[in-house]
Ligand binder design. Structure first.
Ligand code: SF4
Ligand code: SF4
Length: 290
């Protein structure tokens, strides 16, 4: 049975992708089972940029089903319009005009349920591309949302299905923030690693993320990134919330330079490496306790 860990943060720029890639590498050393990484930030996937050696294993286009209205059969009763929670259907009965706005349609199927006239058929519309790579560390997956599509949440669901044949430990690099795509990414994982910065803004976003994780009743721990920055009372807050700090990563200029040049995994200073080994051991215990 696989063990799923999501790496999430309440906002972008906290180092979530960096931590995901580092854990991908470090867990591979510490665990006796396969580790794979899934980049769920489908609007802006960038994990692949840091994985130099990679071979494409499979690629697939993801689709959503959109209703098409047959104007010959439609009675213009507008029942489908009233069933559509997303205002995706426009209809002007007087001129027999009806159309579905693809970018508003969420493929919920309510209009098909509403229509008794057999006037609706399904058409498949592409929403993005799913890819799987074999890398020197393990399997890496990404989803890339089609330009113009707003179906992030749906594409993340498709990406998770695309990668669910993986066994062992699966890491999900979640999109930033606390909205629907994040909920879709983390809702059924076994453990959530929250990445936070010890600044006032970092504390604010951490609180939002902690509220979400608690709402979903998911176990979590926090990695404090750039732990030597700022003096916001992040640790006091976590103590008050009874949430464990599973590791700290100090700021390193050489590491930041490695990130900027795309050489993240080759430029790991010893103190960061040791800290990550401790975090990996910690997660290993969580896996055993499962
Ligand atoms: S429910 Fe069916 S028949 Fe009625 S307006 Fe919609 S498509 Fe036309
Ligand atoms: S499938 Fe759902 S969202 Fe799309 S048009 Fe029908 S009712 Fe609206």
């Amino acid at each position: 049975m696989s063990y799923k860990i999501a790496i999430a943060s309440g906002k972008g720029g906290t180092g979530k992708t960096t931590v995901s890639l580092l854990l991908f590498q470090m867990l591979q050393h510490c665990f006796s089972e396969a580790v794979s990484l899934v980049d769920c930030d489908v609007e802006e996937p960038n994990g692949a940029l840091f994985l130099k050696e990679k071979k494409t294993i499979k690629k697939e286009t993801a689709y959503q089903s959109i209703p098409e209205i047959d104007l010959e059969r439609c009675t213009f009763c507008k029942k489908c319009v009233s069933y559509c929670e997303f205002n995706a259907i426009t209809m002007v009965s007087s001129v027999k005009m009806a159309e579905v706005n693809e970018s508003l349609c969420h493929s919920c199927g309510a209009c098909f349920y509403a229509c008794n006239a057999g006037a609706l058929t399904e058409k498949q519309v592409p929403i993005g591309l799913l890819s799987c790579y074999d890398t020197e560390i393990g399997s890496f997956y990404e989803g890339r949302l089609k330009v113009g599509s707003v179906m992030q949440t749906r594409l993340i669901g498709e990406l998770q299905s695309f990668s669910n044949e993986e066994e062992g430990v699966i890491l999900y690099d979640a999109p930033p923030g606390t909205s629907c795509p994040v909920v879709e990414t983390i809702h059924d994982v076994d453990y959530v690693v929250l990445v936070a910065e010890p600044t006032i803004f970092g504390l604010h976003d951490l609180k939002l993320m902690v509220a979400l994780v608690k709402e979903l009743s998911l176990p979590c721990g926090v990695i404090i990134n750039k732990s030597d920055w700022g003096n916001a009372p992040v640790e006091a807050y976590l103590q008050e919330q009874d949430i464990e700090v599973i590791g700290k990563i100090p700021y390193s200029k050489s590491f930041a330079q490695g990130y900027a040049s795309g050489d993240l995994l080759a430029s790991l200073p010893d103190n960061i490496k040791e800290g990550l080994e401790d975090i990996a051991e910690h997660l290993k215990h969580k896996r055993v306790e499962q």
